[in-house]
Design a protein. Structure first.
Length: 282
């Protein structure tokens, strides 16, 4: 079976005149399929951004192979099927958000006249409809610029999304928007690769995780594979506090031990969803 993303023995070395070469990636391999949300984790300088840049076709590896949708990552045919949100400031700071997206659409070959209604809907989706025609890109707040960068990555309705710290600078409302949007993309058969420092968000949405350190892959797998233990977790409701000892005795009778008994905590995102009046279904 062909994988949506295939990376084999990928190495990247940055060289500059008069300076010692810097090795960013050291023999990294990974695969991702339709429906996957892959989280790339690691400290600063571990190679996360370099990996995404290679997959986006904007960086040529020193060694190895990177294929997206069966083609080399540098293939021009991928321009409209891969959406990329790098870190950093946005271009065209003199444009309004709508004009900015129209420029991106034009670069992808879409006429302004045909793309405008869809781009307006996209700005609505990322919460920028109110400033779509009034604010300049260079005057957007950090969170607004991050939302616009995500919208730019979605302009072509890509099959593959590559996102570098997509929730950096966002408030909880913006983070929830990103999480919901990425889940929808994956459920529709898209593939998402994201680099992130927000571990709680990665736990909530990623189907697989790749951990990098000093440019090398040190771990990869599903969250169950990486975080699972030999302990059996039982979630029980309807047991009064004064009956917990009965449960302990029942577990002991079959050779086990209750490690913890107390109220189960939910994620802060669940609480925030309720504040917004949404059902928490995850």
């Amino acid at each position: 079976m062909d994988h949506t993303i295939e990376v084999e023995d990928l190495a990247v070395t940055y060289r500059s005149f008069g300076s010692k070469p810097v090795v960013a990636l050291r023999g990294v391999s990974l695969r991702a399929d339709a429906g996957d949300i892959v989280g790339v984790l690691g400290p600063n300088g571990s190679g996360k951004s370099s990996l995404l840049s290679v997959l986006a076709g904007s960086l040529t590896p020193s060694r190895g192979r990177a294929c997206v949708l069966g083609q080399p990552a540098t293939a021009r045919a991928l321009l409209a099927t891969v959406g990329y949100q790098p870190e950093g400031s946005l271009p065209f700071p003199w444009c309004t958000p709508l004009a900015f997206l129209q420029r991106i659409a034009a670069l992808l070959g879409e006429p302004f006249r045909l793309s405008r209604p869809r781009l307006e809907a996209l700005l609505e989706r990322v919460g920028l409809a109110d400033v779509a025609r009034t604010r300049k890109v260079g005057k957007l707040s950090t969170g607004m610029a991050q939302r616009l960068g995500l919208a730019a990555a979605l302009v072509s309705d890509p099959r593959v999304l590559l996102l570098d710290e997509p929730t950096s600078g966002l408030d909880p409302d913006g983070s929830l928007m990103v999480i919901d949007l990425l889940r929808q993309r994956a459920q529709a058969g898209g593939t998402v690769v994201l680099a992130s420092h927000h571990l709680q968000e990665v736990e909530q949405i990623c189907t697989r995780v790749v951990m990098l350190h000093a440019g090398a892959k040190v771990a990869e797998g599903t969250l169950d594979e990486l975080l699972g233990t030999e302990q059996l977790e039982l979630i029980v409701e309807g047991v009064a506090t004064d009956r917990v000892e009965v449960v302990r005795q029942a577990v002991a009778a079959v050779g086990g031990r209750v490690v913890h008994a107390g109220r189960r905590r939910e994620h802060l995102f669940a609480l925030f969803r309720r504040w917004r009046g949404e059902d928490h279904k995850q």
